[in-house]
Design a binder for this molecule. Structure first.
Ligand SMILES: [Fe+2]
Length: 448
């Protein structure tokens, strides 16, 4: 066997998250004045940043467990000014706290070490109150600077003493950031609200009998909505995934008034929420749209809609589509309000647990139809982010940004689409200086 064949054989033996387009990259790169095909809109001024796992030592026990790495592309005045990728430097990345991360020890001391950087920070990144925060649901957020270097742990001036979800929701009316934590010890579920200035103004325990895997939640104009899944958390983070599917635990949606008051729980069909697209109120009914797996880690996600009639207590639910999709995003100005468009990544042609092709798809709630955005042969997009065009309030007046893997050259591009002409050719493609491994979630940070 040749050296190349031996390398290919080793690669094929790796789990999907360590090979091919998922494989971690080695170098932290800074590159300026990137080549652009097409024309970058001059009003796109800011940085697209995306988080994902990139195990430093090239090994991890699960796709979710690699060290966090953020990739950023800064756009300004029609130019792609720079690309940077940087590890999120948690204590674990730095080589300390490894015991807390690896051995799953479930003591208060171990939990405290794990909370403060004993794991990774690899799932999402947002900006709130001028701070760029990298997040993972098992620990406190990490603050980064505008060039993606790690500043340190951010605990909302001591007000956050539990892990923080990687999927907080910003209310477009108040500017508040709503988020939660789940953990193996009481309080199992905590609901936080930070004001637009980044100060925690509300912290409430939500009573549940044990923790469930709660990756995401939803926000409406008046309520937060929690998904209590049969995927129960059976031990603390450590070796392997700490969840077990319960055949007896009823799946429930919990509606918690933002302004205070008791939770109301509503039984639903067994299933698991992968990601929320949005939720809103309509005629006394809460509508929640998201990607649902019939069973956690055993069935693929599809777009789904739950409805809760708050007057009668009746619930309804239905699959919006049978296609395998995830990473739903909307125009974030519609969070908690009725939205028309949902953008997802449609995953296709699974081999060995991973998709070998993908495309973007847009669902239109007004027509019930969906449309695909094919990006070309062997091109695979990640989650897309909607960036409004100036102050135009129209829901499709803006751009969609996604990092796209090009299998022809084993490289990546930042693709910019005009949302008004979804399905048409991209308006610009920024060639990145290295492959960006498939990751999780990203955000657009406007230049102030
Ligand atoms: Fe997520």
């Amino acid at each position: 066997m040749s050296t190349r064949e031996e390398a290919d054989a080793r690669s094929a033996a790796q789990p999907f998250w360590l090979r091919g387009p998922f494989a971690p990259v080695v170098d932290e790169v800074t590159a300026h004045d990137l080549p652009v095909a097409g024309e970058l809109p001059r009003d796109l001024a800011g940085t697209y940043v995306r988080n994902g796992p990139n195990p430093k030592d090239g090994a991890s026990r699960h796709w979710w467990f690699g060290d966090g790495m953020v990739h950023g592309v800064h756009l300004d005045n029609g130019k792609a000014r720079w690309y940077r990728n940087r590890y999120v430097r948690t204590a674990r990345y730095g080589g300390t706290n490894l015991d807390a991360a690896a051995n799953g020890e479930d003591t208060s001391a171990a939990r405290a070490r794990r909370l403060r950087g004993g794991g990774t920070s690899n799932t999402h990144i947002i900006e709130h109150a001028g701070r760029l925060l990298s997040m993972v649901e098992a620990a406190l957020p990490m603050q980064l600077d505008r060039e993606l270097s790690t500043v340190g742990i951010f605990d909302f001036d001591g007000a956050l003493d539990t892990p923080m979800t990687a999927h907080p929701k910003r209310c477009p009316s108040t500017g508040e950031l709503h988020f939660f934590s789940y953990q193996t010890v009481r309080p199992y579920l905590t609901y936080y609200i930070a004001d637009a200035g980044g100060r925690v103004i509300s912290k409430r325990e939500i009573e549940v009998d044990s923790p469930s895997h709660m990756h995401d939640f939803a926000l409406t104009e008046h309520d937060a909505v929690f998904f209590d899944s049969p995927a129960r958390m059976t031990r603390d983070w450590g070796d392997g995934m700490p969840f077990a599917w319960s055949e007896t635990h009823t799946a429930r949606l919990g509606v918690v008034p933002r302004a205070g008051g008791a939770a109301r729980w509503f039984d639903i069909e067994p299933g698991h929420l992968s990601h929320t697209a949005n939720a809103f109120e309509r005629d006394g009914t809460i509508v929640l749209e998201g990607t649902r797996c019939a069973r956690f880690e055993a069935s693929p996600p599809c777009l789904h809609r739950w409805e809760i009639d708050l007057g009668s207590g009746q619930t309804r639910e239905r699959a919006i589509d049978e296609r395998i999709v995830d990473f739903p995003r909307i125009d974030d100005r519609r969070v908690g309000r009725p939205h028309r468009y949902t953008y997802v990544v449609e995953l296709c042609d699974f081999v060995g647990g991973a998709p070998t092709s993908a495309r973007l798809r847009r669902y239109d709630a007004a027509t019930g139809a969906s449309a695909a955005q094919d990006l070309g042969p062997r091109r695979i997009p990640g989650e897309c982010v909607f960036v409004p065009r100036g102050d135009d309030p129209s829901e499709d007046a803006g751009y969609l940004l996604s990092i796209v893997y090009d299998g022809e050259r084993d490289g990546s591009e930042l693709v910019v689409l005009d949302a008004e002409t979804f399905g048409a050719a991209p308006v610009a493609r920024v060639q990145l200086p290295q492959r960006v491994p498939f990751g999780f979630h990203g955000t657009w940070v406007s230049t102030p």
